[in-house]
Design a protein around this ligand. Structure first.
Ligand code: AP5
Length: 214
């Protein structure tokens, strides 16, 4: 059983690595970012509530995230573990997940410098249906602007504008980065394995460094 958390700033490559790790470990990806974007796209009550928060680069409340995760974990595909992509994002969320009884086995921090993140985000393209990520230079699709699997068009995310990326980075440093110490403390007690990888390497090298430790 593997329950893995991917920590790291926006654009560090969490979603990209999450898909590869899920294939390797045969576990589902739980991405609160993807779940919230689906809610916005379907114009559900939740989507209408969180749409402005996502577009502005702020964080959705811990209560909303807790209830999304609780519902998702009740699905049978999570029985043998899960990959948590972009969640938890606050100490409050980490405490909620602990109270749900999830035994995390690995916490992987993907580190990329802020300036590299800003440069990276302008080239990101996303398949809205699946959340699959590409980069026009570093990880391009086979055909420009088209998803490799579905053949559908790729889009640029609203929150990838440079000013919103800067806000997301600030939010990360203030509210999410403290989670590294939170989980390092648990690793020091032998409760889980924590390690940090250099996310500025190629997608393949980052994945090799992650999978060597899993
Ligand atoms: P979310 O979707 O989780 O966004 P994020 O954490 O900001 O991360 P990103 O998806 O932007 O980046 P990533 O690290 O996955 O990188 P990627 O692989 O795409 O959340 C969006 C919003 O939802 C939040 O701002 C918040 O409002 C809300 N939200 C979500 N979860 C929440 C929570 N728990 N609590 C509260 N609010 C929440 O890669 C980025 C680009 O780089 C791509 O183009 C990719 O192809 C490219 N790339 C990847 N790896 C490499 C590499 N090694 N070299 C070069 N390019 C690379």
């Amino acid at each position: 059983m593997k329950n893995i958390i991917l920590l790291g700033p926006p654009g560090a490559g969490k979603g990209t690595q999450a898909d590869l790790i899920c294939d390797l470990c045969d576990i589902p990806k739980i991405s609160t970012g993807d779940m919230l974007r689906e809610a916005v796209a379907s114009e559900s009550d939740l989507g209408l509530k969180v749409s402005n928060i996502l577009d502005s680069g702020g964080l959705v409340s811990d209560e909303i995230i807790g209830s999304l995760i609780k519902d998702r974990l009740n699905m049978p595909d999570c029985e043998n573990g899960s990959l948590f992509d972009g969640v938890p994002r606050t100490i409050g969320q980490a405490e909620q997940l602990a109270n749900m009884g999830i035994d995390f086995t690995h916490v992987i921090e993907i580190h990329v410098d802020d300036q590299d993140i800003v440069n990276r985000m302008s080239g990101r393209r996303v398949h809205p249906g699946s959340g699959r990520n590409y980069h026009i230079e570093f990880n391009p699709p086979e055909n420009e602007g088209i998803d490799d699997i579905s053949g559908e068009p790729l889009i640029q995310r609203e929150d990838d504008k440079p000013e919103t990326v800067l806000k997301r980075l600030n939010v990360y440093h203030e509210q999410t980065k403290p989670l590294t110490d939170f989980y390092k403390n648990l690793a020091d007690k032998g409760i889980l394995i924590f390690y940090k990888v250099d996310g500025s390497e190629s997608v393949e090298t980052v994945f090799k460094n992650i999978s060597d430790n899993l």
